[in-house]
Ligand binder design. Sequence first.
Ligand SMILES: [Zn+2]
Length: 466
Amino acid sequence: MKRFFLFDSHLRSKVEFAPEFENEARIYVCGPTVYDDSHLGHARSAISFDLLRRVLTALGYKVTFARNITDIDDKILNKMAQTGGSLAEITDFYADRYESDLNALGVLPPTIEPKATAHIPQMIDLIDKLLKNGAAYQTPNGDIYFDVTKYPQYGSLSGETQEDTQARVSMEQKRGSRDFALWKAAKESDRVGYDSPYGKGRPGWHLECSAMAQTHLFRSGAKFACDIHGGGSDLFFPHHENEAAQTCCGYENALAKHWMHNGFVRIDGRKMSKSLNNSFFVKDALNIFQGEALRFYLMSVHYRAGLNYNYGDLNASKKRLDRVYRLKKRVDTNAAEAEPLFKEELIDALRDDLNISIALAAIDEMIARANDVLDKNPKDKAAKAAFGGNLKLVCDLLGVGAQDPYEWFQWGIDALDKQTIEALIAERALAKANKDYALADEIRARLNAIGVSVMDLAERAVWEKI
Ligand SMILES: [Zn+2]
């Protein structure tokens, strides 16, 4: 098996991936809080870790990939108050939307997708452990907090020593400003609450992942609940710091051997925010571009670097992907075997902390070479098979190039227009069969005028949007 190197954000350096169990990779990635549509930051995180998973799989690891759904949180309760919907109505709706966005982006479904509300007993069990060993305390109003002074390493994971600026909890109740809620006691007005030995309430957000990673990925005797814990860099502190502290204090093991974080997305040079309206949500980008084009763009910048989302770069990236599909039209798409040298080049780039720039350069170079060879010998079967195998490998690793190449170029044309176009193409075929070349040419010109180009293959004519 080839070695994989990753930038471990805890160690702040590139290290060799060393899973606890041979040839296995247990990955836990923090998923969405389902109270709204997913935005480009969610998409980038999901795509980054999907790439990681595909590369580890290609290297021969048996990957178990867990990504949670946070379906209980203050933000969801606020949405319930705004809309009048029930918790299940809101969370099911947005969990479905998240799933369909990720499907459109070619992100593979996780092996395990635990929901927070289905793990309340495991969370209570972890709180019990923390109360017992003195790492947690209950306030007079019934909330339970983690006491960060009981975990001397607190802050060492993220290197963050500052106060938690995101904490919205008042200081009246808790002992230290960085202490965080493990359990929030239900208020009179709360429509949701779970029974617990500490009264009705709900779990704190940070607690969820520790309990779920332990439940689904920990194996007896292991030092870590998982091999890689990932998420967006905005989660490093306080979320991941808190998760790590709880796990270390509550269980016999630590949470993760390696930590990976993807970089921020900015939109046209501005910080991500809902006020950017229709350039913020994945669903809006999917109205303008195919999911695969958006995926290719979001993965084209190294996952740790910042990405400045803008239409121009997205469009350029789509054109780069068009070249994959243009080649796909020329090769044997049933071929399975890539050229050994190309395979080595691509995998070597990706196993070096997912070096996408080198991987994409290798793909560009391969496409140029393939077009050269096929221009000289369009019927070269061996070449068609080799390049077809290369595209299959690109598809397995990057998750792009899976679609029918003709349909790829027809995207964005509605069904009615397609019918008209296909009727004209049929008319032109008839004219050609009748040797009425003047009429055939006229129809071609009409199609060109509406932005459609027609190509005659041996057995049929095909078309694409210009
Ligand atoms: Zn988490």
